[in-house]
Design a protein around this ligand. Structure first.
Ligand SMILES: Cc1cc2nc3c(=O)[nH]c(=O)nc-3n(C[C@H](O)[C@H](O)[C@H](O)COP(=O)(O)OP(=O)(O)OC[C@H]3O[C@@H](n4cnc5c(N)ncnc54)[C@H](O)[C@@H]3O)c2cc1C
Length: 435
């Protein structure tokens, strides 16, 4: 019997959920088989891990080993005519776009960070800012390959029952080893982005809803500190593909994509330090106000941005989650049906004010209904809320999360495991099962 590797600290991205687990890092299928055989001979059930970008406990394992899949990251094939790429499950979206953009292709769905693996994206069935038009990543996956029972590779095609069992299944018993994804052909690597201010919650939701047919990407950055008539005010960012024009750069190189990523006059290390000093403090009220006020002053501004700069705003400050040590932070993303959204989000905002824990960063999106049985997206809106955890606010935060659970139960909403740090997904499933 081979021994398990020595245990090490394994963290969720929010740094709040932690396990101490033996970690395997196979770099090939054979090494993966070996790792799974070692787990089996020790009687332990592994949890698979991609890049560890889930906020909570999805890829930690208090009960045993973790198998990190990032070593299986090769591009195995590409059909230019169909745009279908076949790649190892450990390839990140970041490495994928760097490979695909010079060929004129872009991933059909990307998350707010490029540092997620294809396997992790499929196991959570992630969404992007184009959720209304393009759904979730599972809609664009042609097939997945699974290593069954630790030995044989089985390819599963889209549309089968077995496929439906993989997409969004964050506790797969067998690892995804390869993903075939249909990429999107793009004429340029740029987007035309429009930013507008929405003065309250009703305007935020109406703005996103009204933009969803005319714009490919639709997202709002909400200021949760605002209250009264300004409750739910947001900066809305909508974007469409920038068409190719004679004499203009195409933006189809990695250099052109990253050239648009900058943090303005303040260098990233200074911003990080600022975040560390203010993350858990009331100063975030002024940061949120400043962002909203700037959008008011800017009017209905239209700018050209690279796909990378627009899509991965949260990657501008590498390692920003470290600013939240030692307590870490939790995220809670509420998915709510369209007709219930205004009342539900108003309550979610009021609850934060009543309990004295207000989100430092809040993102609102429009979604269409998920096509997969383990889905979380519905025809409606989501509101993702970040909260730093401190010794002073920890118990109020848990109470707030339980109140959000009750709110979702009452309005037919859903929680999302990729963001769940406090067991809400399991609680809601148990409550609905019992109902
Ligand atoms: C800054 C930031 C922004 C984000 N924005 C979005 C967003 O816009 N939309 C969105 O939907 N999500 C978003 N997320 C969440 C993130 O996309 C998901 O949590 C995603 O699953 C992370 O991928 P990962 O490779 O890090 O997987 P991990 O977090 O390591 O794992 C995720 C799940 O997949 C399983 N898994 C991973 N690899 C495999 C495999 N090869 N085989 C079987 N199971 C596997 C794990 O067991 C776990 O349950 C964001 C996260 C961050 C940190």
């Amino acid at each position: 019997m081979s021994a398990l590797p020595p245990p090490e600290r394994v963290e969720g991205f929010g740094l709040y959920n932690v396990s101490v687990s033996p970690v395997f890092r196979p770099g090939s299928l054979d090494a993966l088989r070996e790792a799974l055989a070692t787990c089996a001979s020790n009687g332990s059930k592994p949890v698979f891990r991609g890049a560890g970008r889930s906020y909570g406990d999805a890829s930690t394992n208090p009960a045993g080993p973790v198998v990190e899949m990032t070593g299986l990251n090769a591009v195995a094939g590409f059909d230019e005519a169909s745009g279908i790429v076949r790649a190892g499950a450990g390839l990140t979206l970041g490495d994928l776009w760097k490979w695909s953009i010079p060929r004129g292709f872009w991933p059909p769905v990307v998350t707010g960070t490029m540092h997620v693996t294809l396997g992790g994206a499929v196991a959570m069935n992630v969404h992007g800012k184009n959720g209304w038009k393009k759904g979730t990543i599972g809609d664009h996956v042609e097939s997945v390959s699974i290593l069954r029972d630790g030995c044989r590779v089985e390819e599963i095609a889209h549309g089968t029952r077995a496929f439906d069992d993989v997409v969004g299944n964050w506790r797969l018993p067998d690892p995804i080893v390869e993903v075939s994804l249909k990429l999107k052909k793009v004429a340029t690597g740029y987007l035309d982005v429009e930013a507008t201010a929405a003065p309250n919650l009703a305007a935020t939701l109406a703005g996103l809803d009204g933009a969803k047919e005319d714009w490919d990407y639709v997202v709002g950055w909400m200021d949760c500190w605002a209250s009264g008539r300004s409750l739910g005010r947001s900066v809305l960012h909508v974007a469409n593909e920038h068409p190719a024009k004679e004499g203009e750069p195409r933006g189809l190189s990695v250099e052109e994509q990253v050239a648009d990523i900058h943090t303005g006059p303040v260098p990233a290390p200074v911003l990080l330090l600022g975040l560390k000093l203010t993350a858990a403090g009331p100063q975030m009220r002024f940061v949120n106000f400043g962002k909203y006020a700037a959008s008011l002053l800017g009017g209905r501004a239209r700018t050209r941005q690279s796909l990378v700069a627009y899509s991965f705003l949260l990657d501008y400050l590498p390692g920003w989650n470290e600013a939240y040590r030692p307590g870490g932070f939790i995220q809670y993303q509420l998915f709510v049906p369209r007709d219930a959204a205004e009342a539900a989000f108003e309550r979610a905002l009021d609850l934060q004010h009543e309990m004295g824990v207000v989100s430092s960063l809040a993102v609102v999106k429009r979604h269409r209904a998920d096509r997969f049985s383990r889905g979380y997206a519905l025809d409606g809106f989501s509101l993702a809320l970040d909260f730093p955890v401190t010794r002073k606010n920890a118990s109020r935060l848990i109470a707030l999360a339980r109140a959000f659970d009750a709110l979702l139960l009452s309005c037919g909403g859903r929680a999302y495991k990729a963001k769940d740090c406090v067991g809400s997904v399991e609680r809601l499933a148990a409550a609905r099962g019992a109902a």
